[in-house]
Design a binder for this molecule. Structure first.
Ligand code: SF4
Length: 693
């Protein structure tokens, strides 16, 4: 039988790479990158390549399950979808009646576009203001900083740039579209500046690799701004005509001299000056940042500082700089109407568990630290029910033990997942989620905005899409009039602005957005002053620092020198190529690439503490101990330990510590102080000590 090829998109992360699925005898037999896709141009990561293996993985959740043992004991009974949805409807309904709708929280994991929209719509229809996601430590600090400073989310125009500054981002592991485009730009001669404590693939290729102390990013950014201003390297025309607050900024950064900041960033004054000069003198230049700057007390303000750098160098909306894209003809996944936000009043929202945090207005989520406080301490009130879809907070969020304890405690927990994770293992009902091979839908790719098709090519037992699950549950709970007859009706609705229905869009496959240049020249920037707000009037009005101020994070060698005597090293984490966050450890082909969790340490430091290459070592702080295999690397700063993020051992599910023994979040910190604008916890740059096992 001949091979039929079907175009679709990968949804193991929000990048949404275009894929081609080879079908033989009605079954998917091969996945390859779609060379026509503007998103990934045919390139894929190993995670995307493993889709068929994952779809058929014997460890997949295939049927709804009901817990019959104690929480975490791993005893389950297979039930029908009807029983699962009836049970969820009844339990959530009872909690709502007894404790109010707000006592149920709806959480999603890694963002998946319209899955998030459907979950938020369900929460609003149910009447709860309590929703949560990983946003405070992933993308939201950056997104809010961009909008606050210049009114759009800027993205690098790699195809036309002469210089790329990569700040706290490892695109090779986390974003194939960024990686492919920046690699092409670099081979075409674009300069590369990489700011990262870890010698990533791009750090090796960089013209300047800046190996800063983990957690000191804002201090470094302010020192670079200082040099650009002091040495008159900024774009005077742009600054004069299109920014506000330059004089205040100039005065503010005077104290952040390269010499002073060198002491706390561990980057030499010469390197700081070199970076400032290369970045500002090479035009056009673009700047991309990642999770490396988003997981600390200074998350939002560090992102603000990168926005200021883009503006000072005149790269905003410039060809080859940091640009915006045209809107796509689709109902946006971020549409408040799609979320049915109007169903809840301001009074309802003021009752959310994080309302008293007084973060930036409009943050649509509750903080993980408030979820645990609610469940374990009853403050400000107790959550009694949770619905988690596509998320594994036990591995992914700061202070895992506290999250584990809270999920063990909550009265009723539903988890919708591909595999039995440590989070799912604490649930009352587990639902089997479909992968992108197993349902129809659309997706807007994140890094090269493209409206893309996802086509169902197989069915795995009883797995279902999030859209179907929430739609059906809404009907069971008497909220059907706020949802759709079926997912097809939903997809047709999303596509209305394009003038196509879903079946017509199948034939088109994708619609690429277009780059926009000089967007401000006609109507200015979308800020209160219509200019780039170096000094932010919005932040001032909202009661936050209008200029970025470096605050030393908790448990650093500078904030707690006494603690540093006991825990003399600084720990940070990395995400590596074959995994997405905590996902993928069950997949043989991925596990072969990276079989075990590693801790990277300088050979001198290893010798000092008796650590032997490739042997097990312990990384420890006042919250606990975790184990990694030692990897001795000259490139690691002797004061630093760099561990893998997101590790657990699905194959050792019977062992009590299978989720915790190599989980870096057993050591991370969710308490105060955290970023006041966002609630970002401090996950990187914490003090630790090491020893051999
Ligand atoms: S980067 Fe994301 S979308 Fe692209 S192939 Fe990998 S997992 Fe799939």
């Amino acid at each position: 039988m001949s091979i039929e090829q079907i175009k679709s998109s990968c949804l193991f992360c929000s990048a949404g790479c275009g894929i081609i699925i080879d079908m033989k005898d009605g079954k998917p037999v091969k996945i390859s990158g779609d060379p026509d896709s503007p998103v990934n141009k045919g390139v894929m990561c190993p995670v995307g390549m493993s889709a068929i293996e994952q779809s058929k993985n014997p460890n997949r959740l295939k049927y709804p399950l009901k817990r019959i043992g104690k929480k975490g004991e791993g005893k389950w009974e297979r039930i029908s979808w009807d029983e699962a949805l009836d049970t969820i409807a009844e339990k959530l309904g009872n909690i709502k009646e007894k404790h109010g709708a707000k006592s149920v929280l709806f959480m999603r994991g890694g963002t998946k576009g319209y899955n998030d929209s459907v979950l938020l719509r369900f929460a609003n229809a149910f009447g709860s203001p309590n929703t949560s996601m990983a946003a405070p430590i992933c993308f939201l600090p950056t997104l809010r900083a961009h909008f606050t400073t210049y009114g759009y989310w800027s993205m690098p125009d790699y195809e036309n740039t002469d210089c790329i500054m990569m700040w706290g981002v490892n695109g090779k592991a986390t974003s194939i579209p960024d990686s492919v485009r920046s690699a092409n730009a670099n081979s075409n001669g674009a300069k590369l500046i990489v700011i990262d404590p870890f010698e990533s693939y791009y750090a090796k290729k960089a013209d300047i690799w800046v190996k800063l102390r983990p957690g000191s990013d804002l201090a470094l950014a302010l020192a670079i701004i200082n040099v650009i201003i002091e040495e008159n390297l900024y774009d005077k025309d742009f600054v004069e005509n299109w920014t506000v607050g330059f004089d205040k900024l100039k005065k503010h950064v005077k104290e952040y001299t390269p010499e002073k900041m060198s002491e706390i960033t561990w980057v030499s004054p010469e390197t700081i000056r070199e970076v400032a000069r290369l970045y500002s003198k090479t035009s056009p230049a673009c700047l991309i940042s990642g999770n490396g700057i988003e997981q600390s007390l200074n998350s939002f303000q560090t992102a603000r500082a990168t926005c200021i750098l883009r503006a000072l160098t005149g790269n905003l909306s410039k060809k080859g700089g940091d640009i915006d894209w045209d809107e796509l003809p689709v109902v946006s996944a971020a549409s408040r109407e799609l979320w049915l936000n109007g169903l809840l009043s301001d009074e309802d929202r003021s009752q959310s568990i994080s309302a008293s945090e007084k973060m930036l207005p409009g943050n649509p989520y509750e903080l993980h630290q408030d979820i645990t406080k609610s469940i374990l301490d009853g403050e400000p009130y107790k959550l009694h029910g949770m619905f988690i879809t596509g998320g594994n907070p036990v591995q992914s969020h700061a202070d895992s033990q506290r999250i584990y304890d809270a999920l063990k405690e909550v009265d009723f927990l539903v988890v919708n997942e591909h595999y039995m994770t440590a989070t799912a293992n604490l649930a009352d009902i587990v639902l089997p989620a479909a992968t992108h091979l197993e349902h129809d839908r659309i997706h807007v790719a994140e890094f090269v905005p493209t409206l893309s098709i996802i086509q169902k090519v197989t069915q795995v037992e009883e797995c279902r899409s999030d859209i179907d699950i929430f739609n059906d549950l809404a009907h069971k709970m008497g909220m059907g009039d706020l949802f759709w007859k079926n997912s097809k009706e939903f997809l047709d609705h999303l596509l209305e602005p394009s003038g196509m229905n879903f079946d017509e869009f199948r034939k088109v496959g994708f619609i690429a957005s277009k780059k926009k240049y000089d967007i401000y020249k006609e109507n200015g920037f979308d800020t209160p002053s219509n200019k780039v707000e170096l000094y932010s009037s919005l932040l001032e009005d909202w009661g936050f620092d209008p200029l970025p101020i470096h605050k030393e994070q908790p448990e650093s060698p500078f904030s707690e020198p006494e603690l540093a005597k006991e825990y003399p090293l600084v720990m940070t984490s990395v995400k590596l190529i074959p995994y997405k966050h905590s996902a993928g450890r069950q997949v043989e082909s991925l596990r072969k690439i990276h079989p075990e969790p590693l801790a990277r340490i300088n050979p001198k430091t290893a010798k000092e503490y008796g650590i032997i290459d490739k042997e097990i070592m312990i990384v420890e702080n006042k919250r606990g101990k975790v184990k990694f295999r030692a990897k001795l690397m000259e490139s690691v700063d002797p004061r630093v330990v760099i561990v893998d993020y997101g590790w657990w051992y699905p194959e050792k599910e019977k062992e009590e510590d299978y989720w915790s023994k190599s989980n870096v979040n057993m050591l991370t910190f969710s308490g105060k102080p955290y970023a006041s604008e966002m609630g970002s916890s401090t996950i990187r740059g914490l003090l630790c000590k090491v020893s051999p096992e």
